[in-house]
Design a protein. Structure first.
Length: 364
């Protein structure tokens, strides 16, 4: 299908604010922030910093949505039939194994590595047309911990395995994954997105552990908003930003003016002396114009990466890897996805639709 990104953003679902739910930790009863998905894999919204979200159940049903999923990378996913969603939702925390602290003085290695499971799916008019997942290793210099400048040290990414699924008779024109396919989220960052950008963002303190964030420029005040959650040492542990480009806020990318909406979430943990990401999420929604039908199609791209608990303390390059992902082939020698899909399940209808797509030839 030939298509091009065009001017307007299509808000997938607009809910009337009548039914109020709150999501809490099962053990502590503290409110938690979760991502809300429809059963067909559309990202709907996130709860606010108080764990709350308001919507109209009837409106959801009118869009053909039968179930909602409440997802947080640190908790077990819960799924409810729309008419049976309780006002209070309790999520059980996943038990992660503790990681031994690292003594950087004793460790003479220049690099450490983290490994992550990434996945991305593309919906066109609520139909799955592309799915990618795989394993990436990122080599990060230890001196990253000492430098304040985001660009003083270099990271290297190695794609150990990956799969690509496309509609039958579809072949990507681009040799490598495009920006719109979520490639930015296939790499594990060495810094959180707020580092070094104090002059760009302004902060509104809610309490000792939570602040609202927005762009400092007055003319861009409504462009990007979000929140940041801190630990006891004031290290960001969760960052969410929402960007909207519409009306006079449109931006020009190459030859196109783009209106749209983007949501990005980062989670960070401190392991001994290391401060690393544990989860990355992005959602992009837009309209694309179909050159054949001359109609507007609703496109959404969801990308996630779950970083493993284990830290690899060596600088060895994997014997067999790719530096980039070819979207027209797969690359693996074992069913790596089986373990990850049990630990991080996909929305049911996305999983079912993958079987209807054609997997690209495995060229391991």
């Amino acid at each position: 299908m030939k298509a091009k990104i065009i001017l307007l953003f299509f808000p997938l679902i607009l809910f009337s604010q009548k039914t109020n739910i709150i999501v809490k930790d099962f053990a502590t009863k503290a409110p938690i922030i979760v991502q809300i998905f429809s059963d067909n894999g559309n990202y709907i919204a996130s709860t606010n910093i108080d764990g709350r979200y308001e919507f109209e159940k009837k409106d959801i049903s009118n869009y053909g949505i039968k179930k909602l999923l409440f997802i947080n990378s640190d908790y077990e996913t819960e799924e409810f039939i729309v008419d049976e969603i309780p006002n209070v939702i309790l999520l059980r925390k996943i038990k992660f194994k503790e990681i031994a602290q690292i003594n950087l003085v004793a460790n003479k290695k220049e690099y450490y590595k983290v490994r992550g499971y990434f996945r991305s799916w593309r919906l066109l008019n609520n139909k799955l047309v592309k799915f990618t997942d795989g394993i990436v290793e990122t080599k990060i210099p230890y001196d990253t911990l000492k430098n304040k400048n985001n660009f003083t040290t270099k990271t290297d990414n190695y794609f150990i395995s990956y799969r690509n699924f496309l509609e039958n008779n579809t072949k990507e024109k681009n040799t490598y994954i495009r920006l719109s396919d979520g490639i930015l989220n296939y790499s594990i960052p060495k810094y959180h997105k707020l580092k070094g950008l104090d002059n760009y963002y302004k902060y509104q303190k809610i309490n000792d552990s939570v602040s609202r964030i927005s762009i400092r420029e007055k003319e861009k005040d409504n462009l990007e908003k979000g929140y940041v959650i801190y630990d006891g040492l004031h290290h960001p542990t969760e960052i969410q930003t929402n960007v909207e480009f519409k009306d006079d806020k449109q931006i020009k990318i190459l030859f196109w003016k783009l209106s749209g909406s983007f949501t990005n979430i980062e989670k960070w943990v401190k392991d001994g002396n290391l401060y690393r990401p544990s989860y990355l999420f992005s959602s992009k929604k837009a309209l694309i114009k179909n050159k054949i039908s001359n109609q507007f199609d609703n496109e959404e791209v969801i990308s996630e990466i779950y970083i493993d608990d284990n830290i690899i303390h060596n600088e060895e390059i994997p014997q067999k890897h790719k530096k980039q992902i070819n979207p027209n082939s797969s690359f693996y020698n074992n069913p790596y996805w089986e373990v990850y899909l049990i630990k991080h399940p996909l929305p049911k209808l996305i999983y079912e639709q993958i079987t209807k797509l054609k997997e690209a030839q495995n060229k391991f």
